[in-house]
Design a protein around this ligand. Structure first.
Ligand SMILES: C[S@@+](CC[C@H](N)C(=O)[O-])C[C@H]1O[C@@H](n2cnc3c(N)ncnc32)[C@H](O)[C@@H]1O
Length: 204
């Protein structure tokens, strides 16, 4: 039994997260444009499927969505029937199939930083040669501190990240060519500590 505060906010999150940001559109194009036909795309921490999985499905691809929140997945199943939605934690899920591309967007940052490398290694194993990954993590990350908690819709959530330089180095060491490594959401000096985007291709 997986317990997560996302179960309590699923409807509100879905109502709030309706549109792709321009940067997300850009990264999704980098992810999907090289694909020559319909492929199976893995979305780790897919949430309600809105708007990222929706965009991918609209482009004609099949989705495999993994999420730790059954309430988020229930919305995904309703909005995008005919795709595979798996209730599991990304650090526990296993596949013996390959994927044309992988999305891990706004979800990895809920894991302790020690789990980043194992998850990125699994993604690397599951990707087809040349297959691409788009992943977000935190920007203003204390090198030495652990994670922190913050509230969303009145509920407390845990966040942590590898500092950007270590994120990029770890992905290169794992066998990725880095296509984009940049701040995609600037910190506002307050609650928003900024977001780091990495788009990478599995070395062929
Ligand atoms: C901020 S939402 C992002 C949803 C979607 N990727 C998006 O961009 O809108 C984070 C999602 O990650 C899921 N999540 C958090 N930790 C997870 C874990 N360890 N394994 C699987 N899913 C997780 C949550 O349940 C939630 O649906």
């Amino acid at each position: 039994m997986i317990s997560t505060p996302y179960d309590s906010i699923a409807e509100r999150f879905n109502a709030d997260r309706t549109r792709l940001y321009p940067k997300e559109r850009e990264y999704l194009a980098l992810l999907l444009d090289p694909l020559t036909g319909p492929g199976t795309i893995l979305d780790l921490g897919c949430g309600t499927g809105n708007p990222i999985a929706m965009h991918i499905a609209f482009r004609g691809h099949r989705l495999v969505g993994v999420d730790g929140s059954e309430a988020m997945l229930a919305i995904a199943r309703k909005q995008l029937p005919g795709h595979r939605w798996i209730h599991e934690l990304m650090e526990r899920v296993e596949f013996d199939e390959t994927f044309a591309a992988v999305v891990c967007w706004d979800s990895l940052f809920h894991l302790p930083r020690q789990q980043y490398q194992p998850v990125i290694s699994k993604i690397h194993r599951w990707l087809a040669p040349g297959g691409r990954l788009m992943v977000s993590s935190g920007f203003l990350v204390d090198e030495n501190e652990g994670g922190f908690t913050d509230t969303m819709f009145g509920h407390e959530f845990f966040y942590d990240s590898l500092p950007p330089k270590r994120m990029v180095a770890m992905m290169e060491e794992t066998g990725f060519d880095i296509l984009v490594a940049e701040v995609c959401d600037q910190p506002d000096g307050g609650r928003n500590k900024g977001k780091w985007a990495t788009v990478a291709a599995k070395k062929a």
